[in-house]
Design a protein around this ligand. Structure first.
Ligand SMILES: [Zn+2]
Ligand SMILES: [Zn+2]
Length: 343
């Protein structure tokens, strides 16, 4: 029996009668993490890993009907044993483990295998069937160690300070922004954060994640001399806007896994691209899949076909799973970033 099937509302567990990250409102939802394409409003009941509570409430409303469960703790529902395990993607992100009549399935949600200090590191979970994401499921995607990327960002910031101009770094406001804040050399200068980023910084700090002090960018006046030394963290939707022009003479950059693709930086019209992703790269995906020991793999997001073919060649029973998950490193979610209703 399949413990998870695709339904128009989302991934559904028939014996448990609940959905995982549904894209249409349902009665019972199990949420892997708070990115907009996985955690949507309108469900009657939410279940999520405990470390994600603050983010989920800040994004979906303080009054959502949310039940939380610490990582590794088990819950019984209609004979299905459910538990959450760290996915290493963003604060509170979890893989969902389901066990029913001896069968074990794990739905990964989004995951990253390199620990970054802003959330619990990814933990492989043994299972018979693994539902994996594949946002960067092509062999060309191989990330450099993040320490190297942070060196590059620090160097760029240092160079801009020397030239007396602001450094505007575009990145997704939930997860990527906090990872960058945690990883950069905050001693170089003041750090300003856009209004979409600052509330999430607060939730991370309340959860015990160390972030350097940040100044709400809206509080800094145009032509303030600190602009020339500042690093500005802002969502991609602000690129080219009047909001960003207040920084006068600035250099801009974009941090995303997509910067690995030639031409992306130019299309974005930014000075620099930093290849930094909160998703597993190709070797990371293959490693994670192997660690689960699963014989059957269902692939969602991104480059489904290439990964499915590769896994079949390895002798695994692999297939694509049609979902409506988006891409949290892209602009398609920028409407959510700026607090506007996504269409
Ligand atoms: Zn995500
Ligand atoms: Zn996703």
């Amino acid at each position: 029996m399949d413990l998870v099937i695709a339904r128009p509302e989302g991934l559904y567990c028939p014996p448990g009668d609940f959905y995982i990250d549904p894209w249409r409102p349902v009665e019972r939802s199990v949420i892997t993490h708070a990115h907009g394409d996985h955690a949507r409003g309108g469900n009657q009941h939410y279940l999520a890993a405990a470390p994600g509570e603050g983010i989920l409430r800040s994004r979906l409303g303080q009054d959502i009907n949310l039940q939380t469960l610490p990582y590794d703790e088990r819950l019984q529902h209609h004979g299905v044993t459910l538990s959450f395990h760290p996915a290493g993607h963003v604060l509170g992100s979890a893989q969902v483990r389901l066990e029913y009549q001896g069968e074990v399935w794990v739905a990964s949600g989004d995951y990253k295998v390199e620990p970054d200090g802003t959330c619990a590191p990814f933990e492989p979970v043994k299972c018979h069937t693994f539902i994996t994401e594949s946002t960067f499921g092509l062999p060309i995607y191989r990330w450099q160690p993040q320490a190297q990327i942070f060196d590059e960002i620090n160097q760029w910031w240092r160079g801009n300070i020397a030239a007396g101009r602001a450094s505007v770094l575009f990145c997704y406001s939930f997860g990527k922004a906090q990872r960058i804040l945690h990883g950069i050399d905050a001693s170089l200068g003041p750090i300003l954060a856009h209004g979409a980023v600052e509330p999430l910084n607060r939730v991370y700090r309340e959860a015990g994640v160390h972030l350097p002090p940040t100044i709400y960018a809206g509080d800094v006046k145009k032509n303030d001399p600190i602009m020339g030394q500042a690093l500005v963290i802002a969502p991609p939707s602000t690129s080219g806007s009047t909001w960003v022009r207040r920084f006068g003479d600035y250099s801009d950059a974009f941090a995303s896994g997509w910067m690995r693709l030639r031409g992306t930086r130019r299309r974005r019209g930014v000075d620099r691209g930093f290849v930094l992703s909160d998703h597993a790269d190709w070797p990371g995906l293959l490693w994670a899949i192997e660690q689960t020991g699963a014989e059957r793999v269902m692939v969602t997001h991104g480059s489904v076909g290439v990964l499915v073919r590769h896994l079949r060649e390895q002798g695994l029973d692999a297939q694509g799973f049609t979902t409506e998950y988006g891409d949290d490193e892209e602009d398609s979610v920028s409407a959510v970033d700026t607090g506007e209703e996504a269409s």
